[in-house]
Design a protein around this ligand. Structure first.
Ligand SMILES: CC(C)(COP(=O)(O)OP(=O)(O)OC[C@H]1O[C@@H](n2cnc3c(N)ncnc32)[C@H](O)[C@@H]1OP(=O)(O)O)[C@@H](O)C(=O)NCCC(=O)NCCS
Length: 206
């Protein structure tokens, strides 16, 4: 993938800070960790469940302002407005690919499965986030699972994602759901993965 092309197309990054931003800031970017999860049409993906008072539901038109508020409230992926949400997420969304965790009418978590030309035929998992007060309860697991179900319904053969070294809770979640490291041009190499895996997966008896 050419650099100019890459700089034009930043929406595949699942973590928000664009490669364009990194490059234009003049810093050598640390390669993103790329992960892949195959989806077989006959695999039975049962609906995820979440504990009371949480609920899971898909994105519906009209959710945009609340979604922008959630992404800003997560404090993770820079500043959001309706334009950015449309360009990076809602525009390329798969049918049913926008998933929320709610408490009453409030959105407290989100994830999205999108189509981006560079990575077809696969779906791209993007912007998985929970508000800080709702982490540590397995809700990220449920969000990603529901995007996988949407991708399977859309007859997509697999999902890709890109993330960063420090997102250990996310990386552990992705492994638990069957995503595996994928090496390749522009993505993290074996050495980078070895370091991250030690932190995300290895645990000592306490
Ligand atoms: C990713 C995210 C949605 C996961 O939320 P969550 O479901 O509440 O995740 P948890 O806190 O339960 O952590 C998931 C797992 O990682 C583990 N974990 C959490 N923090 C960890 C850390 N610093 N190091 C290693 N493991 C960690 C948890 O113990 C848990 O493991 P377990 O399932 O074996 O118990 C949430 O952390 C978040 O919003 N992060 C910020 C945004 C982000 O990084 N998004 C991903 C972009 S690619």
């Amino acid at each position: 993938m050419g650099l100019v092309h890459l700089m034009k197309r930043t929406s595949f990054v699942s973590y928000g800070r664009s490669l364009f931003g990194l490059l234009s800031a003049g810093r050598a970017p640390v390669p993103l960790l790329r992960m892949f999860r195959k989806l077989h049409p006959t695999e039975r993906l049962q609906p995820a469940t979440v504990p009371v008072p949480y609920r899971l539901r898909p994105y519906e038109p009209g959710d945009e302002d609340s979604w922008v508020g959630l992404l800003n409230g997560s404090g993770e992926f820079g500043l959001w407005d309706r334009r950015r949400l449309h360009d990076e997420v809602v525009g390329p969304l798969l049918p049913g690919g926008g998933v929320f965790v709610t408490v009453g009418d409030e959105l407290v978590g989100c994830a999205s499965a999108c189509f981006v030309d560079e990575f077809e035929p696969y779906a791209i998992l993007m912007y998985v986030a929970l508000l800080p007060g709702h982490r540590g309860r397995g809700l990220g697991h449920a969000l990603v699972w529901e995007t996988m179900r949407a991708a399977q319904r859309a007859e997509v053969p697999g999902m890709l994602l890109h993330t960063e070294n420090h997102r250990l809770a996310a990386i552990r979640t992705y492994f638990q759901l069957g995503f595996l490291p994928r090496l390749g041009t522009g993505a993290a190499d074996e050495r980078q993965w070895t370091d991250v895996l030690g932190k995300a997966l290895l645990r000592r008896e306490e």
